[in-house]
Design a protein around this ligand. Structure first.
Ligand SMILES: NC(=O)c1ccc[n+]([C@@H]2O[C@H](COP(=O)([O-])OP(=O)(O)OC[C@H]3O[C@@H](n4cnc5c(N)ncnc54)[C@H](O)[C@@H]3O)[C@@H](O)[C@H]2O)c1
Length: 266
């Protein structure tokens, strides 16, 4: 394993499970000095923190609800106090319409679901980044922000109307933050395709025709399967590392080739 994150003080949101957990543990394995594991779920977050420690970094859990701006600012403050600064802010937490309501389609989508999805996927990223900016600008350890967007922020997705719109907004926010925080802080985003995490599996469980939807989710992958969380974590850690020192304002697909074509074989 490389040491390309050597010395970095990292904060990962949504790190209790899925890709967030993979990113937190991989950051530690790649030499991060510390990882703050932020999430809503205390037990799973503590499990991630233990895995981070086993991989060689200091770890602290910060419980924060990203729909609450006070919690978001406290999350940054507690992470900085624990680690003595902040070099890498990874906005991984995200939420999809189907987690918040049954039968989440365009006709049934509720306003409260739209608002929660946008609050977690977009507004929280802005508030956390704004509050973290002074610490990141002060960092002498290659500071950067890495955002988890989605291929759904580029292409339309069935039954995820608010989610797709929020990820498109996050792509734009990434570019605007790259401009605003230059030259001190790099800001990039990656776009996962369908990745085998609890979010994807719960989404599959929420639809009527599981088989059809699974084929729909992975059918456009030129690498013909679900992606693994670690395959995405590799890219997140690269973007956070000094190996990506000339990379900012970029949007990187980690999607098995989904965005390369129209998904139909002749
Ligand atoms: N799984 C996929 O196929 C896929 C595809 C494209 C993009 N993504 C994106 O990747 C990221 C990670 O996805 P995942 O599949 O690992 O998700 P997941 O649902 O398995 O994990 C998300 C984590 O975020 C946390 N979270 C949710 N709402 C929160 C809130 N209000 N406050 C604090 N924490 C909160 C959850 O507790 C959970 O631990 C998300 O941004 C998601 O949108 C996932």
């Amino acid at each position: 394993m490389s040491d390309r994150l050597a010395g970095k003080r990292v904060l990962v949101t949504g790190a209790a499970q899925g890709m967030g957990r993979s990113i937190a543990v991989m950051a530690a394995a790649q030499g991060a000095e510390s990882v703050t594991v932020a999430d809503l779920k205390p037990e799973a977050a503590e499990e991630t923190a233990e895995l981070v420690r086993s991989a060689g970094a200091n770890a602290a859990v910060v419980l924060a609800d990203l729909t609450d701006s006070g919690d978001i600012r406290r999350m940054i403050d507690e992470s900085v106090a624990f680690a003595g600064g902040l070099d890498t802010l990874i906005h991984n937490a995200g939420i999809i319409d189907s987690v918040l309501m049954d039968s989440a389609n365009f006709d049934s989508l509720e306003e409260r679901v739209w608002d929660t999805v946008f609050n977690v996927n977009v507004k929280a990223v802005w508030i956390a980044s704004q509050h973290a900016a002074p610490h990141l600008r002060e960092s002498t350890r290659g500071p950067s922000i890495v955002n988890s967007a989605s291929v759904s922020g580029i292409n339309g997705t069935q039954n995820a109307v608010a989610y797709g719109a929020s990820k498109a907004a996050l792509i734009q926010l990434t570019k605007s933050m790259a401009v605003a925080l230059s030259p001190q802080v790099r800001v990039n985003a990656f776009l996962p395709g369908a990745i085998a995490t609890p979010m994807a599996m719960e989404f599959l469980d929420s639809v009527e025709d599981r088989e059809y939807t699974m084929n729909h989710m992975t059918g456009a992958h030129l690498v013909p399967r679900f992606g693994e969380a670690d395959e995405v974590a590799e890219v997140a850690c690269f973007l956070a590392s000094d190996a990506a020192s000339f990379v900012t304002g970029g949007i990187y697909a980690v999607d098995g080739g989904t965005l390369a074509w129209r998904g139909l074989r002749g």
